[in-house]
Design a protein around this ligand. Structure first.
Ligand SMILES: [Fe+2]
Ligand SMILES: [Fe+2]
Length: 194
């Protein structure tokens, strides 16, 4: 994994790795709020009428809020806190996406969510590696777990997108590697650089 090599060469120094980890967790913390706002609107959308589908999106919404809660605790533990301006900006972005999802189509929010979730997987994989480089071992397990949860979210929205007649004809985002690979590649990274 090219990213892993880059991370190791750039963030060998514990203090530098910790600073990068804090910045990444701050971004993720704000991003989770944007996602939660978007899913709240999406779950209440006029186009999502199926009760099971509403419940599934609500479950994802709660999982994003849980991630956010834990990220805030990680930041405190690392001697930091969320960045106010980023929080406000992402809150509004999520709010507008949520409003659009409420009045928009069925397909576009499903597609957009899948694309977003695919980047979230990598974000937590990088965070787990930075935590290891920074010597913050106790948060690694949860960061890997978050990556796996985002993997489930991506799969959910990918499958939903593909159930739509148009979904089969639009180019999708790059399919993530297998879920198992999240942990196996992390442990390979650790072994290679220990
Ligand atoms: Fe999340
Ligand atoms: Fe997610």
């Amino acid at each position: 994994m090219e990213v892993s090599r880059f991370l190791f060469t750039t963030y060998r120094d514990k203090a530098i790795a910790k600073r990068a980890l804090i910045r990444l967790l701050q971004n993720a913390h704000a991003g989770e709020k944007a996602a939660a706002n978007a899913y709240f609107g999406h779950g209440h959308s006029l186009f999502v009428r199926d009760k099971t589908e509403k419940q599934e999106i609500y479950k994802i919404y709660l999982e994003e809020l849980h991630h956010r809660e834990r990220l805030a605790e990680f930041l405190i533990k690392l001697g930091s806190k969320p960045r106010v301006l980023r929080e406000i900006g992402m809150w509004f972005i999520g709010f507008f996406i949520g409003v659009f999802s409420f009045i928009g189509t069925w397909l576009i929010p499903m597609y957009g969510a899948g694309r977003l979730e695919s980047t979230n997987i990598g974000e937590y994989e990088v965070a787990a590696r930075l935590a290891w480089l920074a010597g913050e071992d106790e948060i690694i397990e949860e960061l890997l777990l978050f990556a796996e949860v985002e993997w489930d979210h991506e799969l959910y929205f990918r499958e939903k997108t593909l159930t739509h007649p148009l979904g089969k004809h639009i180019p999708l985002w790059v399919k993530p590697a297998s879920k198992e690979q999240i942990r196996s590649s992390f442990f390979a990274f650790k072994k290679e650089h220990s």
